[in-house]
Structures are given as structure tokens and as C-alpha cells.
Design a binder for this molecule. Structure first.
Ligand code: NI
Length: 158
């Protein structure tokens, strides 16, 4: 496993549409491992492949309930609404207010290319929407209501 460089907003790779993953190759397995490691190292709750410079439809999410790997994900259903601050590892130290569905049902493939259905509410719903937007070249900043502001992170005592 290795840390990958997180691309920052302004990098053209973040504005491109990603391609479907056709099969799990050793390269894809390595990418998944590296993305998880990179996300945890950066204290993020989600990371999309284009954020490490790979134009594939692959995201990883962990909202504190264990890693979720979503390959070729597709949103099937949404409902409700939530409005709150959102950040992105491609725009470190910043956050902005975004309205998202409060519930999301999605279909994706896991690291074994097994299809599954996932449902999420609140933070999970927000993370799925945010990460899937990256696969079509979109950043949350396009949806921000009001100003993007600075955030200060608290260091954990460890
Ligand atoms: Ni992001």
C-alpha cells in the first residue's frame, strides 16, 4: 500500500468524467488499497479515484462505520433534504454549506465485483452524493450556498 497524492481543486483531472471499471485487476486492487490509506491518512470520510488522478468510477467512503468500496456506483433513489457544511480533501481547510438528499439508495459493485445495494442517511447520504459527483467532474463548490469558509481542525490527543 502506498499513499497517493491528492489532487487539488484547479487540477483538470477533477473536472473530467470518469470511465467504468470493467474488471478487478491487480492495478485496481492496489488503487483501492491506496485510496483507503490515503483517505485515512488525510482524515477524510470519502475519496474518489479522480482525486488521486485516476479517471475511474471508483470511490471509497468511511464515515466511521468501516470502509465502503463503491465501483461503478449509481444512485437509484433519494429523498428528503439536509443542509450543512461540507468539505473536500481536494480543497483542504475549507468548507461550505450544501443541500443534499437526506436519504440515498445506491447500487454499486464491491472489490470482488459483486453487485450490492446500499442505503444511507445523513452523513452517509451526503458522502455518497459528494463522492459520486467527483466521478462526473463536479466539486461541491458548485453547489455551495453562501461563502466557502475556512475551517480549523482540532488535533486529536493521541
Ligand atoms: Ni471531495
Amino acid at each position: 500500500m502506498a499513499l497517493r497524492t491528492i489532487r487539488l481543486q484547479g487540477d483538470p483531472v477533477l473536472e473530467k468524467k470518469c470511465k467504468e471499471v470493467k474488471e478487478i485487476t491487480p492495478k485496481i486492487e492496489e488503487l483501492i488499497d491506496d485510496m483507503l490509506e490515503t483517505m485515512y491518512e488525510a482524515n477524510g470520510v470519502g475519496l474518489a479515484a479522480p482525486q488521486v488522478g485516476v479517471l475511474k468510477r471508483l470511490v471509497v467512503i468511511d464515515i466511521g462505520e468501516g470502509p465502503v468500496i463503491m465501483i461503478n456506483p449509481e444512485i437509484l433513489e433519494t429523498s428528503g433534504e439536509q443542509t450543512g457544511d461540507e468539505g473536500c480533501l481536494s480543497l483542504p481547510g475549507k468548507a461550505g454549506c450544501v443541500t443534499r438528499p437526506n436519504y440515498v439508495k445506491a447500487r454499486a459493485f464491491d472489490e470482488n465485483m459483486e453487485e450490492y445495494i446500499i442505503e444511507g442517511e445523513e452523513l452517509m447520504a451526503r458522502a455518497i452524493c459528494h463522492e459520486l459527483d467527483h466521478l462526473d467532474g463536479h466539486m461541491y463548490t458548485e453547489k455551495v450556498e453562501g461563502q466557502i469558509h475556512d475551517v480549523t481542525y482540532e488535533e486529536e490527543d493521541e
